[in-house]
Design a protein around this ligand. Sequence first.
Ligand SMILES: *[C@@H]1O[C@H](CO)[C@@H](O)[C@H](O)[C@H]1NC(C)=O
Length: 256
Amino acid sequence: MAPLLQIFILSLLVSLIYCADPITKSCSQSYTGSGIETNINQVLSDLVTKASVGGFAVSSYGKGNNMIYGLAQCRGDVSSGDCSSCLADAAKALPVVCPKQTDARVWYDYCFMRYDTDNFIGQADTSSPVILYNVNNATDPDAFDKAVSKLMNKVNSEAVSAGNGLLGREKTKFTQYITIYALAQCTRDLQPLQCAQCLSSTLQYFPVYCSHRQGCRVLYTSCMVRYEIYPFYFPLDSKAKNPGAAKYATTIVHPH
Ligand SMILES: *[C@@H]1O[C@H](CO)[C@@H](O)[C@H](O)[C@H]1NC(C)=O
């Protein structure tokens, strides 16, 4: 075989088996036996198919104690192409990062996927948030924190306003050169009031983990908020300059 063709086939194979790593995961409750596994696989493939259309789906499969409930959602601003490839990655990753677990969740930039033997659909889950903050601090940090706080209130109320599909995106000019971008989103199985409570509950972590930080996210299972000083939500703000790679630290806050 010609070397170029071999390289081509090899790179094709690598891209087929490559599966992006999630930002974070949560796994609990081991199981044994194969009945559950079959139901998990069924739910995962159902979620990929259904959520690729419209960016959100719930699914369930099985009977009795082996029943599996699933939910998948893409960030509301990403394209359907980015959404479906993220969902495919998530479905591939879940059984690998949470092997033989009955409660498994993975978070990506562009999507979230979860399954459980308990029926969690419609219930807000604000246990164990994952927090990612930029290790760099803003200049004029006190004024920056005030601007962030104002922006988070705005983006959170936008998310729960009628017609926004539980997604909020907002930006604010902090200085002539610095714009702060923010996004808030809940899973679409929640009612607006549950969403508002979930988003407002993220704010308690801001003074502890996000204070002065150039960027920060609080990821719950049922909702998430994020701000950055570079454009990260779509449509991308094309006027802004690329900030280079930001460095983040991750903390998982466990319930007391
Ligand atoms: C950034 O600010 C935080 C909170 O005030 C502080 O703990 C941390 O040391 C600062 N980091 C840097 C790199 O200045």
